[in-house]
Write a protein that binds this ligand. Sequence first.
Ligand code: UDP
Length: 334
Amino acid sequence: MNILVTGGGGYIGSHAVRQLREAGHAVVVLDNLVTGRREAIPNDVPFYKIDLAETEAIAQLLANRRIEGVMHFAALIQVGESVQKPLLYYKNNTAGAISLLTAMRQTGVKKFVFSSTAATYGEPEETPIYETTAQKPINPYGWSKWCVEQILRNEAYADRDFAFTIFRYFNVAGATADGSIGESHDPETHLIPNILFAAMGKKEKISVFGTDYPTPDGTCIRDYVHVDDLVAAHLFAMTAMKSGETRYYNLGSGSGYSVKEMLDAAKTVTKREIPTEYVARREGDPAILLANSDKAKKELGWKPQYTDMAAIIETAWRWHATHPAGYEKTKRRQ
Ligand code: UDP
């Protein structure tokens, strides 16, 4: 298929580009490079430095490249920043998606895979979280994604041929097995990269946010899923998508790990000491976020390959250890 990947210079988008090409699809990347990195996009992939707000430019791209389906990863993802700058999040994530969908409508592109988030469940009403669990976001980031989900429902009602799959991501982690692309956020707020930064001395210590949660060891429990497993589900969804179908899936591993357990696993993988400090809770962190992903397994035939936390951390370690400054000093990829 001819597939447009928005956010192809980002963490998950760059892994999607790689897998799509390996599967024989023709990939085009759109990225405004605000958070995405040019170095993450192979040189021989057609690349358009376009902002999601540029509806006409996107429509032209869709038509010229005869795009058949869109995987929409481009978004801002920092919860804390979204609380400080809600309008920025609604503009990029919500209005950006409206602009993209408008361009798709203009050009008759009717297949859409959307990166949503467990943050749309907010403080969940049940554990594990099912696709049917009530969605009540507790921050603008979650709401900005929730709005797009709602818009997609309305759009699919208005245009009966329009098809979408919404994936609600849990904690995406790791890097592609050869360590050549990986997570490179600035600032980096996620747990695993920060643990590894402390292990390699790039950061003085890792701060564990909160030790008084109602969990066995007092630290938060999360569901970590490997980025290549996560992306594989997108390929299944895009290639199997039929006209007018609307689907929703949680993507997680179904296993929960506490922050302390992650630290122990990282010590085993890196064989290094990891200087640690225990500090107060971070605002807005639910105690436990655990996915039930049976639906994706049953309906898409999705089967995560990485079931062991050490194996996931090992891939991240390979990336960070070989790219201590992220993409900063990386040559453009061939
Ligand atoms: N966390 C932590 N120290 C850090 C970063 C994260 O203790 O430097 C904790 C955080 O409170 C949460 C878990 O690790 O319980 C995962 O956080 P992350 O930001 O990776 O993902 P989130 O679950 O917020 O999407």
